[in-house]
Design a protein around this ligand. Structure first.
Ligand SMILES: Cc1cc2nc3c(=O)[nH]c(=O)nc-3n(C[C@H](O)[C@H](O)[C@H](O)COP(=O)(O)O)c2cc1C
Length: 373
C-alpha cells in the first residue's frame, strides 16, 4: 500500500503528509528533513524580511532537491497593517495596564504608549516566492484571489490555501487555488479566516465534520488539518475523502523544530483538554496551551487590540519569557493533538512512523473483513 494520492501526483511527493509552515518554528532544517523523507516541508514566511526569506529558501535547496513550500499569511489586517493611530486612547491604556502587571512580574519596565504597527512585509515576500520559483506557495488566513494565483501558475508554482469554513473553501476554489487545506477547530495556532470573526466559537467546526463537506464543495485535492498526529489520523482523513494531511503540533515536537525547548517539553507533558482558543496573544483567535498569560489576561477583562497589534504590544513580555525559558508568559501554540504526543523524534521519523502506522491500520481493518472489533 503506497498511499499515493492526487496530492502526491500534483506536487511530486511520495507521501501525502504536509508539515505546516509554522511561524517561528519551521526553518530550513525542519523543512528539508520532511521533504527529504518524502512529505512536503513548508517554510514559515510570516514576519520574515524578504532578504532573509530568500536566504532560507536557498538553504532548503542546498539541503534537499525535493519539493517544498513557503507559507505566508494574507490576513486583511496585514495588507496593509492596521493603523495604530486609529485605536482609542482608553483601549491602549487598558491593554497596557494589564500587560504592565505581567511586565512587573518579569522584571520589565512599564509601557504606556501605543504599540508599533505590525510589519508590512507580505508583498515583498510574495515577490521573493515568485522570483525563486518555489514549488508550492502555502497560504494561511487569506484568499490570494485570481490575480496572485495566475502569477504563480505562469511560473509553475502550485498554490495551497487553508480555510476553516465551507464558504471560504468555495471562495478559494473560485480564486483558482490548486489545493485546499480544511482546518478543523482542533488545530493549533491561528484560526484560518481572513476576517476576524465575532467570537472564539465562530468558524470552529471539527475536522471530522469539516473535511467531507469541503471535499464535496470543491473539485481540487483537499488536505485535512487539525488534531492529526499519527497514522490513524491519516487513514481517517483519507476515508473522509481528503488527499493528504497537514500537521502542525506534531512537528513542533521534533528535534529540527525551532520551537523553544520549554515549549517542546510542555507538549510532551500536557493533555488535550489543556488548550484554549484566545485572541489575547495576538489579537486573532488561536489555539494555544493554557498558561498564566491566557488565564490572567482574560480574567483582567481588558480589551484586545486589533489583529497583530496586540502581538506587537505584548512582544516584550514574550521575549522576556523566552529569555528565561518561562512558558507561562509565552504563546505556546498547540492543537488538541497534544495528548497524542509523547516523544521528541526527528521530523523524518515522524513521516516514516505515520506511513508505517497507516499501513498497519489498513491491514488490521482488512484482516477483520470489515467486521467491527
Ligand atoms: C506552532 C504553530 C504555528 C503555526 N503557524 C502557522 C503559520 O505561520 N501559518 C499557517 O498557515 N498556519 C500555521 N499554523 C496552523 C497549521 O497550519 C495547522 O492548521 C494546524 O497546525 C493543524 O493542526 P494541528 O496543530 O493539530 O496539527 C500553526 C500551527 C502551530 C501549532
Amino acid at each position: 500500500m503506497t498511499f499515493r494520492t492526487a496530492l502526491c501526483d500534483l506536487i511530486g511527493i511520495d507521501h501525502p503528509i504536509v508539515q505546516s509552515g509554522m511561524g517561528g518554528v519551521a526553518g530550513p532544517d525542519l523543512v528539508a528533513e520532511v521533504s527529504g523523507a518524502g512529505g512536503l516541508g513548508v517554510l514559515a514566511g510570516l514576519n520574515v524580511p524578504p532578504d532573509d526569506l530568500r536566504r532560507m529558501i536557498r538553504r532548503v535547496r542546498e539541503l534537499t532537491a525535493r519539493p517544498f513550500g513557503v507559507n505566508l499569511w494574507l490576513h486583511t489586517a496585514l495588507r496593509p497593517p492596521v493603523d495604530v493611530a486609529t485605536i482609542a486612547e482608553a483601549t491602549v491604556r487598558a491593554v497596557q495596564g494589564t500587560l504592565n502587571g505581567f511586565r512587573e512580574r518579569l522584571g520589565l519596565a512599564p509601557t504606556v504608549g501605543r504599540p508599533p504597527a505590525a510589519p508590512d512585509l507580505i508583498d515583498a515576500a510574495f515577490r521573493v516566492i515568485l522570483e525563486e520559483r518555489v514549488p508550492v506557495w502555502s497560504i494561511g488566513l487569506g484568499d490570494p484571489g485570481p490575480a496572485m494565483v495566475r502569477e504563480c501558475r505562469s511560473r509553475g508554482i502550485k498554490v495551497m490555501a487553508m480555510v476553516a469554513t465551507v464558504e471560504d473553501a468555495r471562495t478559494l476554489a473560485a480564486s483558482g487555488v490548486d489545493i485546499v487545506v480544511a482546518q478543523g477547530s482542533e488545530a493549533g495556532g491561528h484560526r484560518s479566516t481572513w476576517v476576524k470573526r465575532a467570537s472564539a466559537e465562530a468558524a470552529s467546526v471539527g475536522t471530522m465534520a469539516l473535511v467531507p463537506q469541503i471535499v464535496d464543495a470543491v473539485r481540487v485535492p483537499v488536505v485535512a488539518a487539525g488534531g492529526i498526529a499519527d497514522g490513524r489520523g491519516l487513514v481517517a482523513a483519507l476515508a473522509l475523502g481528503a488527499s493528504g494531511i497537514l500537521l502542525g503540533t506534531r512537528f513542533v515536537a521534533t528535534r529540527e523544530s525551532a520551537a523553544a525547548e520549554f515549549w517542546k517539553k510542555s507538549l510532551l507533558e500536557r493533555d488535550s483538554d489543556e488548550t484554549t482558543v484566545t485572541d489575547a496573544f495576538t489579537g486573532l483567535y488561536a489555539r494555544a496551551l493554557q498558561n498564566t498569560f491566557s488565564r490572567d489576561y482574560t480574567a483582567s477583562g481588558a480589551p484586545v487590540l486589533p489583529p497583530l497589534v496586540q502581538r506587537s504590544a505584548a512582544n516584550d513580555v514574550y521575549l522576556a519569557a523566552l529569555k528565561r525559558a518561562d512558558g507561562e508568559y509565552y504563546p505556546m501554540w498547540s492543537g488538541q493533538s497534544v495528548g497524542l504526543i509523547h516523544d521528541l523524534p526527528g521530523a523524518a521519523e515522524v513521516v516514516a512512523a505515520i506511513m508505517r502506522e497507516a499501513r498497519a491500520v489498513l491491514a488490521a481493518l482488512s484482516d477483520r473483513g470489515g467486521r467491527p472489533s
